[in-house]
Structures are given as C-alpha cells and as structure tokens.
Design a protein around this ligand. Structure first.
Ligand SMILES: [Zn+2]
Length: 697
C-alpha cells in the first residue's frame, strides 16, 4: 500500500482577494457564502498544498452608503466605519476567515496609494475631464450621485432605483437616467448645477475587453482559460459590452472619501469603486511590509496570478472597470478568474439588511458558541455558485444532524472508541491473508480522493469538493457498519484488525481532506490521529502506520433540537416586524404638537353620489353625508377609481379644511387616502359598524 508523493503545489503565486465589505452594517450569512467562504476554503487548501498563496481583504469605508448611514444614525462617518470595521473583523475571525491581511480604506496609507494611482492614470490620459450639469439638492446643498438619488428605473420601471444601479434588474445607471428623480436627503426634486468630473471613457476599451472575456487573451497573447470562468460571469460581462460601455464618472462631489489630488478639486473625492479595488493593493503592501516581502511579486510578476472572490453584484467592477484601471496604470496583472457567486436567500425571501431579514454572523456565534464549523458546512453545501440558493433553518438542522453528527461524528467516534477498546489505542498490524476486495476498494478511493477534491476546489466547485471529501466519511461509515467488527472480534481477531486498520486510514484522511471546510473540527480530529500542520499530500490509503497511538476525541457535533431552529425562525419574523422602514418609505414629517392635531375635525362620511369633473382628468366630485350635512368634496382620484366604485363607501373626511374652489366647484373638505410606495391609492375606510357622522380622534 505505498503511495507516491503527489505534488499538489500550485505552479504560480496566487494573489487572492475577497470583496471589501462596506463598513455600514454587520456581516450576514449571504456575505459569507458569497465572497468569503470560497476564498477561505481555497486559501486553506493552497496553504496545505504548499502553494505560495496570499489572501487579502479589508473594510470599504468610503461611499454614499457610509455617509447616508451616518446621517441616519446621527453620527459622523468616522464613527460608523470605526464601529463596523471592528465588528466585521470580529465576525470574520469568529467564523474562521483566515485572511493573511485585513486592511481598511480610510487609512492614510490607502489614501496615498489611491491618489498615486489616480495621478498615474491622469498623466497617461486615461480620463476625460468634463464640466457639465449634475443633479443638486438645493435644500441639502449637495450634489446627488449614487445612493443620494432615487427614481424610477428606465429599464424595468422599479420605483426606487439608485443613481448608480437598479437593484431590481441590476442595470447600471447614471442619475440622469432616472425617471422622476428625488433626493434621498430631503425628498426634494433636484435641480441641475455645473460641476467638474473625471470620467473613465470605457468605450475605448471595448475591443480588448471582449478578447479578454471571450477568448481569455490579453495583449494578443493567451492570458487565462476563458472556459474556466463561470458562465453567469462571462454572460454578464458580454451583455455589458454588447450594450456599449458608457463613460463613468470616477470622482464625486462629497466630503467623505479619498480627496481628488488635483489643484482646485476641493470638495471632490474619488468614486468609491475607483478606490475600493485599489484597496486590495494597499492591503497587500501592508502585509508585505510586515512580512518582509515585495508586494510587486504578487501583483506585477509574470509568475503570479490574480483571483477575485466576489458576489454577482460586483461583476462589472472586477471584470471590466478594475481591469481597465490596471491596464491603464500599466505593470499590473489582470485577474485570471473572477469566480463570482450568486445570492443566498433566507427562508423564502431575499436577505435584507434594512428589513432585518438576515442571519447575522455575530448573533449566530453568540447563540451557537463553538459551532462555526456547522455554519461553514451548511453554507458550503448550499453555496450559490451558479445561481441563487436558499438557507433555511430546517435544512441547517437536517445537515448538522444527518451528515455531520450521524455520518462524520459517529464514524470518527466509533473508530477511536473501538481502537481504544481492542488495541489500547494502537493502530493494529494487518494480516495480508485476511485482506479482501472491500479493502482494495477503500484504499483506492483514499488514494484518489485528495486529487479529486483538489481539482474541484481549484475549479471553484466548493459544493462538489465538500461532497467529495464527505464522500470519504460516508464510505468509511458504510464500510464499518457493513463489516461489523464488533461482532467479528470474538471469532476472527485477524479480520477485525484489518477492518479497524482500514477504518483508521479512512478517518485520518477525513481529518486532512475536510480541513479547508471545517477547520476547527479537523484540528480536533488531527489531534486524535497525532497529525500536526497537515499537508494535503499526506492524505492517502496508507496514512497511519501500525503501532501509532491514537489520542482521545471530544464530541465533534451535537444534534440540533427542532425547538432551537423553530426559535430562530420565530426570531426572524419578530425582527422583521420591528425592522426599520425601507428606503421607499416617505421620510417622517416634522413633529407637531397635540393642539395642532386637535384642530382637525375628522369624521366618518358616506359617499352618496359621485361624478367626473368636466375637463379635469384627475378629479372626481363626491357628495358626502357627514351627519351634519351633505356636502361636495373634490378628490384627485379619478385615475384610480371609477365614480361607481366610490358610491356607497364610508370614508375618512377632514371636515374643517377651509373650502377651496377648483375648476369652478367649491370643495368642502378632504377625503383621506393611503398611498403606497408604488403610487397606488386606497381609501382609509373606517371599520365596519361605524356610520356617517361618527367622529375620529
Ligand atoms: Zn431596473
């Protein structure tokens, strides 16, 4: 049973990045499954394989999402980013994200690196400088870009698209594309005002980008295997290029960010999507300074390759915009793969920070202490690699109980317990005469598994890689259950030794092959098998020589009770009910006092007649019985209701509104309506049992 040592080392240096998370809110499971867990599994595997790998990340601390959050919470942007930078670091550490370095973009170092980068591009003529009219909020006296402006999406008619992107259909937008734009600061309709912006003319780059994405070529030479990219990633890039790449503004009129390093550019900062990816470079520089290495070896050497782990909402920035910036700067490598993941949904709905519909990593770690591997395992099992996937608590429970506890935990435990009982924890010697085809099959599978799992990980198929590694545990569990060594022990000592020796080989392999996925559990298992700093090539059919003494094993996994997951679902529903209103909701009006309220005479009215108002498309003329009188009220609801739909309704009437003449008709009061975010109107109808003349207070 000799196995040759197989080299698993990656031939080139691997520079890996994971999307810099926005420091404007905590980390949830969708973030982890999207951009971080795949990076962590890959980095852990490559380290075990002896590859030269570097994995960096950091907090993205600029952009409108930060300043808007600060405004909402009534604090400074600095307080927001400090708070979430440390919160995010804690969450990442709690779920064992083993970054080589974690940086932040508000650091002085990063400002300098980003400014130098910008100046290099400016010198090489990569930008177009344009002064033209941009949307401006006269009440807040601020230019409105990105999330500072919302309106109707010109592509899909969604009512609350942002100035840079529609989240409904994913289209990239400019503020001027929006129909019916509104300032998110004041709700005001913006005016136009001149300002100077630096644009990246992306149209210039269409041809080489097409060759890069479609053929994996750069500068006319083979650059990477284009077929190794996920089809949803190349598909999205192609549709952007086919749609024609527009110039994109690379600066913003804001007071929070990296200042534009140009004379007279006061009050202007770099666009967050210009400075954030440069943050990967800064993070590498900081790491290199600490490690006594050259950062250039990782970003500028022919011997290195670059991989970005991101979510699908960042594809355009990493596959098109950042490559343009790197090429224009010169000297940098372009990404050889951007294995973006799709989104993870939760219990039948999109994960939403504003609606508090999320499983927060921080909460999970508090409520399930010591169980980070359980979450990593479930998230990897359902990782949204090609399309959106869904996390449910009942699925979490089933996977933990049926797979981790019943298969892996149970198998490893039986191996350790029986070896202790029969052989005083020593790996038994085997008698070749008692060897059968069953053992041959197992050993062959063990010899093949490290290569199979390695290949799947390198092809960014983490779900399948985990299944392949868990397949080894399943195989061992099934073999042991079928062979029943506990029955043979009394009748066939030699055969029992063969079976148990084989089971020990399987179990030891599991402790190596599962380490990238569930590192804490793997450490506990390796301790029992006397393995320290496991190397990938150690895994094989002949890992454990006879005579080796096994240690003790703590309980690896506890079963999850049904009541535990029910409580989590209940908690989600409760927090949803108390969540902050969403962005589409009208902002609160200024406070009024009780006296102001008392002045209003609200009462129940009944509509006894209704007709259209000639030459007024929007108005209906209602005759309302109020208990006091029968009066005429005009209401701007003709586009929503036909007259016959209104007659007979009980309505809420503001009865003491000063009469107004509209189109020659005097209106004596106002009928209250509820307006939804999509602009639809409904009557505010008093409950059944009320009658015309009842007062409302
Ligand atoms: Zn849209």
């Amino acid at each position: 049973m000799t196995s040759t040592t197989r080299p698993f080392r990656h031939p080139r240096r691997l520079m890996m990045t994971s999307a810099l998370p926005y420091a404007n809110g905590p980390i949830h499971i969708g973030h982890i499954a999207g951009a971080y867990l795949p990076g962590d599994i890959r980095a852990r595997f490559e380290r075990m394989a002896g590859s030269e790998v570097l994995w960096v990340c950091g907090s993205d601390e600029h952009g409108a999402a930060i300043t808007l959050r600060a405004k909402k919470d009534g604090v400074t942007p600095r307080e927001i980013v400090d708070r979430y930078h440390s919160e995010m670091q804690e969450a990442f550490a709690g779920i064992d994200m083993a970054f080589d370095h974690y940086s932040r973009t508000s650091s002085e170092k990063h400002h300098q690196v980003a400014q130098d980068f910008f100046l290099k591009l400016l010198d090489s003529g990569s930008f177009e400088v344009k002064t033209d009219a941009q949307f401006f909020d006269p009440e807040a006296s601020q230019f409105l870009a990105d999330r500072y402006i919302t309106g109707t999406c010109p592509k899909c008619d969604a009512p609350d698209a942002y100035g840079d992107q529609c989240e409904k259909c994913g289209s990239a937008l400019s503020p001027k594309d929006l129909v019916d734009p509104k300032s998110t600061l004041s709700g005001a309709t913006p005016i136009l005002k001149d300002t100077t912006l630096w644009y990246l003319p992306m149209g210039r780059h269409e041809d080489w980008l097409r060759d890069y994405i479609d053929n994996g070529k750069f500068n006319g030479k083979a650059h990477h295997d284009a077929r190794a990219w996920k089809s949803h990633v190349t598909g999205q890039c192609r549709s952007w290029i086919d749609g024609g790449l527009q110039s994109r503004a690379m600066t913003r009129d804001l007071d929070w960010g990296v200042p534009v390093p140009v004379e007279g550019a006061d009050g202007k900062v770099l666009y967050v999507w210009l400075d954030a990816p440069i943050g990967y470079i800064t993070s590498t520089m900081e790491w290199a300074a600490k490690a006594g290495q050259n950062w250039q070896d990782w970003w500028q050497s022919d011997d290195a390759e670059l991989i970005h782990f991101i979510g699908k909402d960042n594809i355009v920035f990493h596959c098109l915009i950042f490559p343009i910036l790197l090429k224009e700067h010169g000297g940098f490598n372009l990404p050889t793969n951007v294995p973006a993941n799709a989104f993870m949904n939760l219990e039948g709905d999109k994960i939403s920070t504003s609606r508090n519909w999320a499983v927060w990593v921080k909460d999970y770690l508090e409520e399930f202490p010591g169980k980070s591997d359980e979450l990593r395992y479930v998230l990897t099992s359902i990782m949204p690699e090609q399309k959106d996937s869904e996390f449910t608590w009942s699925d979490y429970r089933e996977r933990v109980n049926n797979e981790l506890a019943d298969v892996l935990g149970n198998f490893i435990n039986r191996v350790i317990v029986l070896t202790k009982k029969y052989y005083e924890s020593e790996v038994p010697a085997i008698d070749r005469a008692k060897w059968t085809a069953d053992e041959d099959a197992i050993i062959q599978a063990l010899d093949a598994a490290p290569g199979e799992v390695a290949e799947l990980i390198r092809r960014n198929r983490y779900r399948d890689a985990l299944q392949a590694a868990m397949g080894v545990a399943r195989l061992g569990n099934k073999y042991m259950t079928e062979q029943e060594p506990w029955k043979l022990k009394k009748t066939d000592e030699e055969r029992t030794a063969v079976i148990l020796n084989t089971c020990i080989q399987v179990a030891a392999n599991c402790s190596v092959l599962l380490e990238p996925f569930i590192p804490q559990t793997a450490q506990k298992m390796q301790a029992a098998f006397g393995i320290t700093s496991a190397r990938w090539e150690q895994a094989s059919g002949s890992m454990m020589p006879h005579g080796e003494v096994l240690g003790d094993l703590p309980i690896l996994f506890e079963k999850v009770e049904e009541s535990t997951v029910d409580a989590q679902v209940e908690k989600l529903k409760t927090s949803l009910a108390s969540a902050a209103p969403d962005a589409a909701c009208e902002p609160l009006k200024p406070m009024m006092n009780f006296d102001d309220f008392q002045k209003m005479d609200l009462r129940v009215g009944e509509v006894i007649a209704c007709e259209r108002v000639p030459k007024a498309d929007k108005l209906l003329q209602l005759t309302i019985r109020t208990g006091l009188d029968e009066r005429t009220v005009l209401s701007g609801i003709a586009e929503h209701f036909k007259p016959e739909e209104v007659v007979g309704r009980r309505v809420t009437l503001l009865a003491n509104l000063a009469p107004r003449k509209i189109r020659g008709v005097e209106s004596q009061g106002m009928v209250l309506m509820a307006e939804s975010a999509d602009g639809s109107l409904r009557f505010v109808t008093p409950e059944e049992g009320t009658a015309a003349g009842d007062t409302i207070r």
